[in-house]
Design a protein around this ligand. Sequence first.
Ligand code: FES
Length: 150
Amino acid sequence: MSDLRDLYQEVILDHSKKPRNYRRMEDSCSRAEGFNPLCGDQLVLFVKVASGIIQDISFEGSGCAISKASASMMTGAVKGKTLEEADRVFEHFHKMVTGQPGDPFDAEILGKLAVFSGVCEFPARVKCASLAWHTLKAALKGEGQQVTTE
Ligand code: FES
């Protein structure tokens, strides 16, 4: 577990400093805004879907290191996936971060996202880690309005 914790620090630092897919998308077919009212952090997510596949996804906004890293990794994890596959990753991720410490999770489906498994020990951080995912869910449902973590 300490290996996963070390990796967590490393990955969060890397993705928060150099977030992947951090850009505005002018030709997105869907977008949604995520907001955490407890801290004021917010992000806007842009998604382009064609033939049931997430062709492109990007985000912009300001947030803590965890929310930024989580958004960065989320975009990498779902890009190129079908909507069903992305939904499945969401469900597994959500279950992992809202579960109990030590609960088993599907490492095959989650891949690198497994570094967030320790987040469930810190309730305030669960919202940071899941902000981008709830925003993704809203964007894919075509709910362009703001979603909040509360
Ligand atoms: Fe605001 Fe993490 S402290 S999302």
